[in-house]
Design a protein. Sequence first.
Length: 101
Amino acid sequence: MRIVAKKNLLAFCMTHAAARQSLLAWHEEAAKAVWATPQDIKDRYASASFVGHNRVVFNIKGNAYRLIVAVAYRIGVVYIKFIGTHAEYDAIDAATIELEW
């Protein structure tokens, strides 16, 4: 999969060092993955949640952080929409949040 907005992952890691290893591991796995359906994601990430609009919520570092992506299955692209703490996640709408550039 092609990941759009890796720079935002790296920027988040600069301010949340505890998330760095887990986020970079997720990125590496996702970049090598071939997700054709939501089931492909669920097979690897049992705790992933699907919130509509092809959005997937990943628990990062034991659920301390949340990562929301939109997956374009047909073209093999993953768009990062949100990265934050669990508390920050609770304050947003996962189905509509857009990453601020």
